[in-house]
Design a protein around this ligand. Structure first.
Ligand code: HEM
Length: 485
């Protein structure tokens, strides 16, 4: 039943079927589809990703009814239908979800009702105003390149730190994902806040603000899944998970404020800098203090686990594919300024291990999609994780083949044969990831140094991934061997 191509079914008005007729799990009176998601239900303890199961069973468009405060969702697995819908959407797109964070900001954090909540969760004019101010500071490659030296310094420190934690078997004695989170926080810190947070200090205690922040961010993504991306009763009664979530969100804001205040104090004591030496916080502070603090909060939430997860995935793929690792090392050691193979490796890691499962939007008007009428205010999920693994989009889809991103168009692997909407790891359009340039620079810098320093091996079977989080994680054990080059 899997969708074969990218056809948008253009039916005549009267042939369009209503949303209720979209295929989906059997719906029973009163409880709807809930029983499938409860213990014993076929979607509860699923062997594969929910979106893959839905796609396999129901085809290119799937209906999931809402329940227990969880809104209905339409899953779309046809890239052409998806892009057509996205293009017709409002110029100020709505990305739903995060209701529990919005609730927290409103009732437990804000001093004034009209304070912005941030790029991740705001919509409409409030979001547009924030985004317009931040885009030039964060999305221009030449602006982000100004941070290349300091990023390189952070990566050097990270390599030193990793070396100091290797045992006689050349395996890491600490948790690599925690280590990568510290590196990602340090990297985002230098760009966003303008100073070293010292996350890579060899004597960093477990109760340091940096370690507490990365644990909090990680826990937030777990709890977000339970509160906002699965049916949950928190909107009706005070559940233990809700209480835990509110505590976590407050702790996150407290830690953010600690780092932001520290950065502002440091800025006050420094001499006047050139524009090119200023951090994002500094540049935004010159425009509006509220915006600067709100956006820094965003960066400290969205810019840590995401880069760390992608880097972990790429390290694993390189360790498991030694010939690709050697090819990358050759390119890095050649000291050529352009590094197409490195960029291709990152793209391929994001294809095989995307941080987010897909693109999420809420419709602001009715749409006709694949023969059905999708109502206004409907949550739409485009299953990019499944699209990326479709044979008709990417031949040999489960293999790590960075070459597909650089071969010419006569090669059957050529990436341009895939629909452009099938690989969108940083999202789509005006609402796409604002940290993309920072993430690319930090990952490129660190991975280059890793392959220069270490020959990575992986022992045993591939790692498992978790499906119970708002973002995808690779699970322990991380069986890397870090041999010297
Ligand atoms: C490899 C790393 C990363 C990946 C794969 C990633 C992916 C994404 C995706 C898919 C979105 C949603 C886009 C959409 O709805 O169209 C997003 C949004 C966002 N990301 Fe990232 N991200 C990464 C790193 C970062 C970093 C390092 C930062 C901060 C420095 C960051 C900050 C944000 C923010 C603030 C948003 C919300 C943007 C908005 O709605 O205006 N991300 N990211």
């Amino acid at each position: 039943m899997v969708s074969k191509g990218c056809t948008v079914v253009k039916e005549a008005e009267d042939q369009l079927k209503p949303w209720r007729k979209i295929p989906g799990p059997l719906s029973l009176p009163i409880i709807g589809q809930l029983l499938h998601f409860l213990p014993g239900g076929w979607l509860y303890n699923r062997p594969i990703e929910l979106q893959e199961l839905l796609h396999k069973h129901y085809g290119p468009i799937v209906r999931i009814d809402g329940n227990l405060g969880f809104p209905p969702i339409t899953f779309i697995f046809d890239p052409e239908a998806a892009i057509t819908l996205f293009r017709k959407e409002d110029p100020l797109p709505v990305r739903p979800g995060f209701d529990s964070i919005i609730y927290h900001r409103k009732h437990f954090y804000h001093k004034h009702e009209d304070d912005p909540n941030g790029l991740i969760i705001d919509h409409g004019e409030v979001w547009r105003k924030l985004r317009t101010m931040v885009n030039p500071v964060m999305l221009q490659t030449k602006t982000i390149k100004l941070y290349a030296n300091v990023m390189a310094e952070v990566s050097d420190d990270m390599i030193t730190r990793l070396r100091s934690k290797l045992n006689k078997q050349k395996m890491l004695e600490t948790n690599l994902f925690t280590e990568l989170n510290l590196w990602a926080l340090e990297s985002v810190g230098v760009v966003a806040l303008g100073g070293r947070l010292n996350c890579l200090d060899p004597n960093l205690p477990d109760d340091s603000p940096a370690k507490k922040l990365i644990v909090t961010v990680h826990d937030i993504f777990k709890i977000l899944h339970e509160l906002d991306f699965t049916p949950s009763l928190w909107k009706y009664i005070t559940t233990p998970t809700y209480k835990k979530g509110i505590k976590l969100y407050s702790e996150h804001m407290r830690l953010n404020e600690f780092f932001i205040d520290k950065a502002i104090q440091q800025l006050k004591s420094k001499e006047e800098k050139n524009d090119k030496d200023k951090s994002i916080l500094e540049k935004l502070l010159e425009m509006d203090r509220n915006v600067a603090v709100t956006v820094s909060n965003d960066l400290l939430l969205a810019g840590v686990d995401t880069s760390a997860s992608t880097t972990l995935a790429l390290l694993y793929l390189l360790a498991a594919n030694p010939e690709k690792q050697n090819k990358l090392r050759e390119e890095v050691l050649s000291d050529e300024e352009k590094r197409p193979y490195l960029k291709a490796c990152i793209k391929e890691a994001l294809r095989l291990y995307p941080v987010l499962g897909g693109n999420f939007r809420q419709t602001t008007k009715e749409h006709d999609v694949l023969g059905y009428r999708i109502p206004k205010n409907m949550n739409i999920f485009i299953g990019n994780q499944s699209l990326c693994l479709m044979e008709e989009q990417f031949p040999k889809p489960t293999e790590f083949i960075p070459e597909r991103w650089i071969v010419d168009k006569n090669d059957p692997l050529y990436y341009g044969n895939a629909h452009p909407f099938s690989h969108t790891p940083f999202g789509f359009g005006v609402r796409s990831c604002i940290g993309r340039r920072i993430a690319e620079l930090e990952i490129e810098t660190f991975i280059s140094k890793m392959v220069k320093n270490f020959k990575l091996d992986w022992i045993g079977s591939p790692p498992k991934r978790t499906r119970i989080c708002a973002i995808n994680y690779i699970l322990e054990p991380y069986n890397f061997v870090f041999n010297d080059v």
